[in-house]
Ligand binder design. Sequence first.
Ligand code: SAM
Length: 268
Amino acid sequence: MTSVSSVSVNVASPVRQTTLPEVPPLGILYGIGVGPGDPEWITVKGLRLLQSVQVVAVPQNRQGEPGLAYAIAQQYLRPHQTLITLNLPFTTDPTQLETGWGQSMTTLLPHLRAGRNVAFLAEGDISFYSTFSHVARSAQLHEPGITIETVPGVCAPLAAASALNIPLSLWHEKVAILPALYEVSELDHALDWAEVVILMIVGAVFDLVWECLKGRDLLDHACLVEWVGWSQQKNWVGWQDLKGYKPPYFSVAIIKRQLNSAPFPKNM
Ligand SMILES: C[S@@+](CC[C@H](N)C(=O)[O-])C[C@H]1O[C@@H](n2cnc3c(N)ncnc32)[C@H](O)[C@@H]1O
């Protein structure tokens, strides 16, 4: 006789699996310097990364429109990319600045948290007196795990030397860069120390600088480049005729104590 044994199968009650929503890895925040004017001054790497991201962020100008960095890089943007314009205040007031940097970050964070890479474009170089550095710090505070990568760009003083077709510095020459001038004694000090002095944001203090250079008999040693890399670029070599002149905000001054820098020959 064949016995049939019954096999009892232990059917476990189904386990209810709670699936947590997948958290995408954070997107990367790229800071890309697009150069001060000529769109061809962007680096190959900057261009590649700019075109690889889903989101492009640019600072607004005073009119609330996409600013200079956008105007420079606009032609490189792809139709599917999301453009974000950031309202970064034009002020030296620390509270307003902190608020502006924080708000910009609040705008960018949802994209980064959704795993989208973001490229912040800055005019000139990305680490040279650039708002990006502050926004990136704010990003780091809000999201400590974030990856931030910067891509350098041509900065205005180097572009200005190229526009003047001169060597900026040679041999032992020291170069001093003054971001803004609050006291003429700072300029005196720089001129005592360095053979080459570069003044950013020179427009606001041009009268003061002119008088100082006149007093030191250095007017023939000074150059000014306005809007370098733009169609409205203007170069001034020697400042004898510039008394009372009001250069625009986008102007950079180069003062060379030694006149060893005759321009290279150039077909004009
Ligand atoms: C806040 S700083 C920005 C510097 C910028 N990140 C760079 O790498 O050149 C602004 C100053 O840079 C200089 N600058 C920037 N772009 C310029 C341009 N296209 N022509 C002349 N000066 C420029 C001016 O002195 C201006 O006041």
